[in-house]
Design a protein around this ligand. Structure first.
Ligand code: FES
Ligand code: FES
Length: 215
């Protein structure tokens, strides 16, 4: 239609209709965003219904929590159903902890919680508040020197592609904390929750035995 053409009634209806749809889409989108903000904020703080100041909604979980990671208190926003591996990697930036199966099967996500070897992919972050969390980044000494387990793993050529290595190191450190002088069978059992797609099991096992002798 050129500038000089007259608009028919049908055209007018179409034009009004399509702009109406655009307007309502905008309204819907705005509404979705607003409700998302409201839901997202629900876990934080709300005004109580009697106007008596701020408080948490009944049944809600506090989202801003403090976690003790590698000896430091870290303040972080955690969703109620968030797993520890997610918090560690994507919110605290500690990417040494790997995410493999995400189903408690491979051990790539192993961290220590109160010195116990733990799959962080199947641990809710909220459940470890107030506990001591140690990731691979917290294994080295205060001046950056390698832990004896790390040195032994290098010496025994444990890491191949390296994907499982941080989990293997953390599991070995936890094992030697609980049992500083394991037999080969005990060490094999202690490391059995950590899979290695490169099949470097014997190397990792040797490394655990080497590290145990150097205690
Ligand atoms: S990623 Fe946690 S066990 Fe595999
Ligand atoms: S070294 Fe490659 S998966 Fe273990």
């Amino acid at each position: 239609m050129t500038k000089g053409d007259r608009m028919s009634d049908a055209d007018k209806t179409d034009a009004a209709g399509s702009s109406g749809i655009r307007a309502s889409r905008r309204t819907v989108i705005k509404g979705v965003i607003a409700s998302g903000v409201a839901v997202g904020a629900a876990g934080y703080i709300v005004y109580d219904r009697y106007g008596g100041g701020l408080g948490r909604a009944k049944g809600s979980v506090e989202r801003l929590v403090t976690l003790n990671v590698n000896g430091k208190d870290r303040r972080v926003d955690v969703l109620p159903n968030e797993t520890l591996v997610h918090t560690i990697r994507y919110k605290l930036g500690l990417t040494g902890t790997k995410l493999g199966c995400d189903h408690s099967e491979c051990g790539a996500c192993t961290v220590m919680v109160d010195d116990i070897s733990t799959y962080s992919c199947s641990t809710l972050t909220h459940s470890v508040r107030g506990r001591k969390i140690t990731t691979i980044e917290g294994i080295e000494g205060p001046n950056g020197e390698l832990h004896r387990v790390q040195k032994a793993m290098i010496k025994e050529l444990g890491p191949q592609c390296g994907f499982c290595t941080s989990g293997q190191v953390v599991a070995a450190v936890a094992l030697l904390k609980a049992n500083p002088t394991p037999t080969v069978d005990e060490a094999r059992r202690g490391m059995s929750g950590n899979l290695c797609r490169c099949g470097a099991y014997d190397h990792y096992l040797k490394a655990v035995m080497t590290a145990s002798r150097e205690a």
